[in-house]
Design a protein around this ligand. Sequence first.
Ligand SMILES: Nc1ncnc2c1ncn2[C@@H]1O[C@H](COP(=O)(O)OP(=O)(O)O)[C@@H](O)[C@H]1O
Ligand SMILES: [Mg+2]
Length: 274
Amino acid sequence: MTDVIRGSETPLLEIRDLRVSFGRRGSRRSREVVAVDGVSLTVGHEETVGLVGESGSGKTTVARTVVGLVRPDSGSVLLDGQRLGPAGRRPAALQRAVQMVFQDPRSSLNPRMTVAAMINEVWRTHPGSAPPGDRTTALHRLLDDVGLDPSVAGHRASELSGGQCQRVSIARALAVGPRLLVCDEAVSALDVSVQAQVLRLLVDLRRRHRLSMLFISHDLGVVHQIADRIAVMHRGVLVEEGPAGDVLGSPRHDYTRSLLDAALELNTGEGIEA
Ligand SMILES: Nc1ncnc2c1ncn2[C@@H]1O[C@H](COP(=O)(O)OP(=O)(O)O)[C@@H](O)[C@H]1O
Ligand SMILES: [Mg+2]
């Protein structure tokens, strides 16, 4: 709908016929694993697309290709129509535009650095991202943005809770002014109550910063809470894609139905109201 208002047909993110394989080392005849096999997907301006599928279906490989950490065999990734190459070769503006939030907030943060040092490092290493004016003021504003007290700036990751660490990870992504957040199982490692808080934060940030999101999770119940559209991956292939209500309410593919049944079993009594 936003595209219609903007009069633009170009989605923010376009993944075209992506194929990624990994060679198996160790065996005499190396065996190839095709992790992603012809995936095409778009994320519109200010849209959140949920990418779901069981473990090993290729979701993380899609995410890592979008941020440029994995080089595809074929296919392309475009942001606003501009081709995104490997991370190191992206022009600074494109590098900043696509940021990732990882699953394990602790291992994705340097335990020995203070939060302030981590954010300052991001500003130092991403050309054009440093905020104008006083850095401390900007840092406190950034922490406030993700619901953290300014005092957190002086703490190391090892002194913070899992939820606080994930808020720091989100702040680190936001520090460079992204347009697309790729969240790979970003709440999966958190306790259910903290999960809900971080999801609410993401929904809030999306609105305030007009962000688009590729939100990846094996958990349909979580994706249901945030996605406008849902794409379902199975063994490297997209088997179903559509508005969240349609995919959850009347899934067309057997695999989606089995994912839904599994989610309903886990939430007995509650279920997923679609
Ligand atoms: N770096 C890698 N080297 C070899 N195989 C990999 C690598 N990354 C992923 N794979 C394989 O690709 C497939 C998809 O993995 P992944 O993208 O991590 O799936 P998901 O995130 O849905 O669990 C799996 O079979 C996995 O073992
Ligand atoms: Mg994964």
